[in-house]
Each structure stands twice: as C-alpha cells, then as structure tokens.
Design a protein around this ligand. Structure first.
Ligand code: PGA
Length: 240
C-alpha cells in the first residue's frame, strides 16, 4: 500500500484529483466509485476547477455511488443523492446512484453491484473512512467477503449525518452499501482521510492486523491502495 501524506486538506484534494485524472487519461470510459462525506468535497471542487480549465475530460467516465441511506425520500436533504446534486457537479457520462426510497433496498443495492460488475468493475474507487473504521456503509463487523446489502447504521454514523438530515431522529436507521468484497474488486482504491479526528482510526486501519472490527483494515490485502492523508490524520502513524 502507498501512503502519501500532504500538509493539509488542499494537498489531499490535489493528489486525489491527480489520481482520478490519471485514471481517465488511461481509460476515458473509466468506472469510478465516488464517496460522499465531508472529506471528498474538496476533491470534487478541485476536479470541477480542472474541468472548467479543460485540464480533465470526464465526459466518457461513469461515476457510481458506493452506498445510500434506506427509507428516505429520493434526494431528500441528507441523502447521498442530495450530496451528489450539491457537491458533484461534474460532467460525467452518467452517475449511478441507488434509490434511497426503493421498495426493495436489498435488490436495489444488489442491482447496483451487478451493473458495476457488468461494466467491468471499478477502475478506481475512492473511499472515505469513518471514525469507527467503516468504508462505504460497511460498519464494524463487516467481513472481507461481505457483499452488497442493507445494514443497520451505528449510532456514531447516524450522528455524523444529523446535521444534513436536520436532526438525529431524521437520520435513517439503515443504509444500503456495496460490500467489502465489492470494494476490494476495484482495480485501484484511493482512501482519503483528513483531520486529527481520523488520526487514531487511520493508524489502526493501516498498522494493526486486519479485522472485521475495523472494516478499513481489509484494504491492507488489496494490491493497489493509496492512502491520501493530511498531516493531522497521519500524526499517529508509527511509520512516520
Ligand atoms: P467524512 O465521512 O468524510 O464525512 O468524515 C467519511 C465516511 O464516513 O466515509
């Protein structure tokens, strides 16, 4: 695994945009897994700047959500669909997001995983990491073999989204997510982590043994993972 430490969030966003630019330069019809959360917002803004300066052409690339809430009105504030509408203003060929309001959310997320597999799998999947070690909505307890499915969200994960839903009580209790196995099927994985609040979990995920207690630790066994971390999130790494 590669670990690249940048001085700050802007550095992380620039590095992430560089890796996405390289992926679409190598394959214009690239399939990209695109996370939600606070962390990737700067990366999406940087990509947007590069699009406006015609430094990057994403028009043949397809973006895919990696998770979504279950049981929220489609594009209600707080859903990942709403996040993409606000923060991912990129001229992609398509952006494939499951329906938070689907009658059968298990079938909905399995169908997304199937569409990703049918297009040849992710060329690059970008991920954030939750303070509890989740990747997408693979919460602690998720096995390496876990597949696309509906999950119960943990209280910390729900709390992290209270603001965007307008209160903790309005945050759905369940999410749908690509499984750890689906994420590990990506040819390249880029993990973003910024801020001192991620320092402990970044160290655990990278330096402790792989364990379903920390789903992000499953990334250790992937052949092509790049961690893009700012100095604050990197400060507990023993290797630094
Ligand atoms: P964050 O979320 O970027 O808002 O910290 C990360 C995640 O939960 O994947």
């Amino acid at each position: 695994m590669r670990i690249e430490v940048s001085p700050d969030e802007t550095g992380v966003a620039n590095c992430a945009a560089d890796l996405i630019a390289a992926a679409v330069a190598a394959k214009s019809r690239a399939s990209l897994g695109l996370p939600t959360g606070v962390t990737p917002i700067r990366t999406y803004a940087e990509l947007n700047r590069r699009v406006l300066r015609t430094e990057i052409d994403l028009r043949e690339a397809t973006g895919y959500a990696i998770d979504e809430f279950v049981g929220a009105a489609t594009a209600a504030p707080g859903t990942n669909a709403a996040f993409y509408a606000e923060h991912l203003r990129l001229p992609l060929r398509a952006l494939d997001v499951p329906d938070a309001n689907a009658a059968d959310p298990d079938a909905e997320i399995r169908a997304l995983a199937r569409r990703i597999a049918e297009c040849g799998g992710f060329d690059l999947c970008m991920l954030g990491i939750g303070a509890n070690g989740h990747i997408a909505f693979n919460e602690p307890g998720s096995t390496r073999e876990s597949q696309a499915r509906v999950v119960e969200l943990t209280p910390p994960s729900r709390a992290a989204h209270a603001g965007s839903f307008g209160g903790i009580d309005l945050v759905p209790r369940r999410g749908m997510t690509l499984g750890v196995a689906d994420l590990l099927a990506s040819r390249a994985i880029v993990v973003l982590a910024t801020g001192a609040g991620k320092a402990a979990i970044v160290r655990t995920a990278i330096e402790d043994a792989e364990s379903s207690d920390v789903p992000a630790s499953w990334l250790q066994s992937h052949a092509n993972v790049t961690w893009l971390i700012d100095a604050d999130a990197a400060r507990r790494l023993n290797s630094r």
